[in-house]
Design a protein around this ligand. Structure first.
Ligand SMILES: C[S@@+](CC[C@H](N)C(=O)[O-])C[C@H]1O[C@@H](n2cnc3c(N)ncnc32)[C@H](O)[C@@H]1O
Length: 355
C-alpha cells in the first residue's frame, strides 16, 4: 500500500471514531442542531530572545502537542462537542441527551415502550468517546505512530522532510507516540544534556532533531534548536543535514535520539562543520539500535572518529539508551564515502512493537 493511501486510511479511521455517536431513541427523532465550531486556542507562542537569556531553570511550559492535536483532530461539531453542549444551547427544542423519552403513551402497552435513551446508548466517557471508541482511538494512534516512526528510520532525511511538511499534524502524531514511549523510560536523555549545559552556561549549543526544544527551554545557554517541523518559536524548521548556522560556531552539538534518517552520517558531518575545534559532540541513541553481536558500538565509534572526532566517553549504564561523547579533533574528516558509514547502516532502525 502506498504511503499516501496508508496515511489517508489511518486518518479516516480516526475521523470516523471522532464522529458523533448517534443517540438511539424510540421517540420521534429529535431535531439535532449543528454545533458551531469550537475555536481552538492557537499555541501560546513564547518570544525567543536571541541569546535565550532569562530562561528559567525549569523547562518553560508550552501547550502540550497532545492537547493541540487532540483538539485539532476533532472536527467542528463532532461528537465530543455535541456531548459537551448543554441541551437547548443551540436549539431550544433539543432535549438533553440522556433524558429523551418516547412520547407519553395513550395506553398502558404504549407506556411500557417508554424508554430512557441512556439505556440504549453506550456509556459516554469524558471527551465523548465510549470506552471502546477510546480504546480503538488509542490503537489507531499507536499504529500511526509506529508507521511514522518506521518511515523516519528507513528513509532519507529529504523524504522525511517531504512527509512531515506535507502535513504537520503528522509531526504532532509522531511526538504524541514518542512521548508515550519516553514515559516508560527510567530517565529521559534530554535531562542528562540539560544537566551538562547547566554546568556550562556559556556554551553555544546546537540541538539537532530537538522535538519541542525542551533543552532550549530548560537552560540559559544560547541554543539553536532544529527539527523537521517548528512546533514553537524556539525551533527552526530544517533538515539537520544542513542547518542555518555558521561553520565553527557551536561549542556543543547534541543528538538526542535524533540520528533517524538513512543518511545519518550527513548529520554528523554537519555537526563537524558547525562545531568549533575542541567542541563537544554528544549523542544519545536507543540501545537496541546497536548490533551488539557484531560490535555495534565500537564500529559506530570508529566511523564517527573517521569524520574528524576523538572519542571521549561511552556510557552504557542506562537500560534504554547509550550515551556517547566525542570532541572535534580535526578540521578535516575523511569524506563520508570513505568512512565506516559507507559500508552500510551502522545503526538499526528503532522499531516499536504493538502496544
Ligand atoms: C525521537 S525524536 C527526539 C526528540 C528530542 N531530541 C528528544 O530527545 O526528546 C527525534 C527527532 O528528530 C527529528 N529528526 C529526524 N530526522 C531529522 C532531520 N533530518 N532533520 C531534522 N529533524 C529530524 C524528528 O523529527 C524528531 O523530532
Amino acid at each position: 500500500m502506498s504511503d499516501k493511501r496508508m496515511l489517508a486510511l489511518l486518518k479516516k479511521r480516526k475521523e470516523e471514531l471522532s464522529a458523533p455517536s448517534k443517540p438511539i431513541s424510540l421517540a420521534a427523532k429529535p431535531e439535532v442542531s449543528r454545533n458551531e465550531a469550537k475555536s481552538i486556542a492557537p499555541a501560546d507562542k513564547k518570544a525567543r530572545s536571541s541569546s535565550n537569556n532569562g530562561n528559567d531553570a525549569v523547562a518553560k511550559p508550552l501547550p502540550s502537542l497532545s492537547t493541540v492535536s487532540s483538539a485539532a483532530k476533532r472536527p467542528a461539531g463532532s461528537g465530543q462537542d455535541a456531548a459537551a453542549v448543554p441541551a437547548g444551547r443551540n436549539d431550544k427544542k433539543r432535549p438533553a441527551v440522556g433524558t429523551v423519552k418516547a412520547p407519553v403513551a395513550e395506553n398502558a402497552n404504549a407506556a411500557a415502550r417508554t424508554r430512557d435513551i441512556t439505556s440504549a446508548t453506550p456509556p459516554l466517557k469524558k471527551g465523548g468517546l465510549t470506552a471502546l471508541q477510546a480504546q480503538m482511538e488509542n490503537k489507531l494512534q499507536g499504529a500511526q505512530f509506529r508507521w511514522l516512526n518506521e518511515k523516519l528510520y528507513t528513509t532519507t532525511s529529504e523524504e522525511a522532510m517531504d512527509l512531515m511538511s506535507s502535513d504537520p499534524s503528522l509531526f504532532e502524531a509522531y511526538h504524541e507516540g514518542f512521548r508515550h514511549q519516553v514515559t516508560k523510560w527510567p530517565i529521559n536523555p534530554v535531562d542528562i544534556f540539560v544537566r551538562f549545559l547547566k554546568a556550562h552556561p556559556a556554551y553555544v549549543v546546537g540541538d539537532f532533531g530537538c522535538g519541542d526544544a525542551k533543552i532550549a527551554r530548560s537552560v540559559t545557554n544560547r541554543v539553536h534548536s532544529f527539527d523537521l517541523v517548528s512546533v514553537n518559536d524556539y525551533v527552526t524548521a530544517c533538515d539537520i543535514r544542513r542547518v542555518p548556522v555558521d561553520s565553527q560556531s557551536l561549542d556543543v552539538a547534541i543528538f538526542s535520539l535524533a540520528l533517524m534518517g538513512t543518511n545519518l552520517a550527513d548529520f554528523l558531518r554537519e555537526a563537524h562543520r558547525t562545531l568549533k575545534k575542541g567542541g563537544h559532540l554528544k549523542i544519545a541513541e536507543v540501545r537496541s539500535r546497536f548490533d551488539e553481536q557484531h560490535n555495534g558500538i565500537p564500529r559506530f565509534i570508529e566511523a564517527i572518529t573517521e569524520l574528524g572526532f576523538r572519542h571521549k566517553h561511552t556510557d552504557t549504564s542506562n537500560t534504554h539508551f547509550v550515551l556517547l561523547d566525542f570532541v572535534k579533533s580535526s578540521d578535516v574528516g575523511v569524506p563520508r564515502t570513505a568512512s565506516g558509514f559507507a559500508a552500510g547502516p551502522l545503526l538499526k532502525p528503532c522499531i516499536y512493537k504493538r502496544r
